[in-house]
Write a protein that binds this ligand. Structure first.
Ligand code: ADP
Ligand code: MG
Length: 361
């Protein structure tokens, strides 16, 4: 675990890594194959094959300069967090790191099944069954509980960042994209939150302290989407979505949850709670009767899913949410109470009242 000397000033970023950063040519060691696997605002992910071994990997090419600013330390933080989670099987593993003048390349384990997003929005016969969802949510929670135990908050839990080792037969979860993740050993500040509006917790919209509970909200949204194919807070426009989130306006009707067990609905209700202190933790979720029994890493016996004719696209980056604000980061859900008691909004993070929070969509 990185000690405090490895942390950047109170913003939860880790500045020391163990991986050797290679400066020799990535292309002389890897062949790029196939089309792009995905892309975000500052990264492109491509499939590649290591020439020496023939092994498949996913190479994430991250630009060091973003909007005219040097963002190398954000990438180092992403690497450090991947390193700290390498013992957990449900977090994508990091194989190697390369650096060029303009980019850092993370050579990651290849998750051949793609984003769970595709199956969340698939038609009935290709969509997840509740049994699938139980197994996948357990794996997600096992990965997230590990992160939270190690004081890491992901802050971007959504179906585009949850991949599968295979889609047919349905494989195992790999959590990816630690670009927004932070360590929370002490109270910290986070100044920029990017996310997809639908998955953002009410405390983010209200500029209130962020904690592990912020991830738990997103897991509640995720479980809802995986079980019903519907996004619980999605409105006609972003304003309506934000209003639905801050009012916790959720439809738990039989119409939406047709064929889904009451236990599943009860599970979601323990997470979509406005007060982060009252939300279930990852460990508590794992004890919920809906998820009883040990996690099952293999799905070979589950019914295979038909090949989707055309895979739906992820929401484009125009849908992304960027919030520039000053957040307090708490080391755990239980610390939230103490921190909120100790530091009213203008103390000691005076910047909070000086920085006008802005939401860009
Ligand atoms: P960003 O920070 O730009 O969102 P991500 O790490 O989320 O970058 O990667 C973007 C997309 O690339 C993911 O949503 C996924 O579709 C694909 N991807 C990322 N990592 C892998 C991987 N290890 N294996 C397969 N596909 C991946
Ligand atoms: Mg992503």
């Amino acid at each position: 675990m990185p000690d405090s000397s490895m942390m950047d000033n109170r913003n939860g970023m880790v500045s020391k890594i163990q991986s050797r950063i290679r400066t020799d040519s990535f292309k002389s060691n890897y062949d790029l194959v196939g089309k792009e696997l995905g892309r975000g605002k500052f990264a492109v992910v491509k499939k590649c094959v290591e020439k020496a071994t023939g092994n498949e990997h996913a190479a994430k090419f991250l630009r060091k300069r973003r909007k005219g600013e040097d963002c190398r330390r954000d990438i180092i933080n992403e690497i450090a967090i991947l390193e700290s989670a390498k013992a957990n099987p449900f977090v994508v593993s990091l194989h190697e790191v390369y650096e060029t003048t303009s980019e850092i390349i993370l050579v990651l384990e290849y998750a051949a099944g793609g984003e769970i997003f595709n199956q969340c929005v698939a038609d009935n016969d290709e969509a997840f069954t509740e049994k699938d969802v139980i197994r996948l949510v357990r794996q997600i929670l096992s990965g997230v509980a590990y992160l939270h135990r190690n004081n890491v908050v992901h802050l971007d839990m959504k179906p585009q960042n949850l991949l599968l080792t295979s889609s047919r037969p349905l494989g195992d979860i790999r959590i990816v994209d630690f670009g927004l993740s932070r360590r929370m050993d002490n109270v910290k500040e986070v100044r920029e939150i990017l996310g997809t509006p639908e998955y953002v917790a009410p405390e983010i919209l209200n500029y209130e302290p962020i904690s592990t509970a912020t991830d738990m909200w997103s897991i509640g949204v995720l479980a809802y989407v995986m079980l019903t194919g519907e996004s619980p807070f999605l409105g006609e426009d972003k304003q309506e979505t934000f209003l639905n989130i801050s009012q916790v306006n959720v439809d738990y009707s039989q119409d939406v949850f047709e064929g889904v067990s009451n236990l599943a609905v009860d599970f979601i209700k323990t997470l979509l709670i406005k007060n982060p202190r009252k939300r279930a933790t990852a460990e508590e979720c794992l004890q919920h009767p809906w998820l009883s029994g040990p996690p099952q890493p293999h799905a070979g016996l589950l019914p295979s899913l038909e090949e989707a004719e055309s895979e739906p696209e992820s929401p484009d980056s125009a849908q992304e949410l960027v919030i520039m604000a000053s957040y307090t980061l708490c080391s755990s859900q239980s610390d939230l109470k103490a921190v909120r008691g100790a530091f009213p909004f203008d103390e000691p993070f005076g910047a909070r009242s000086e920085i006008q929070p802005q939401i860009y969509c």
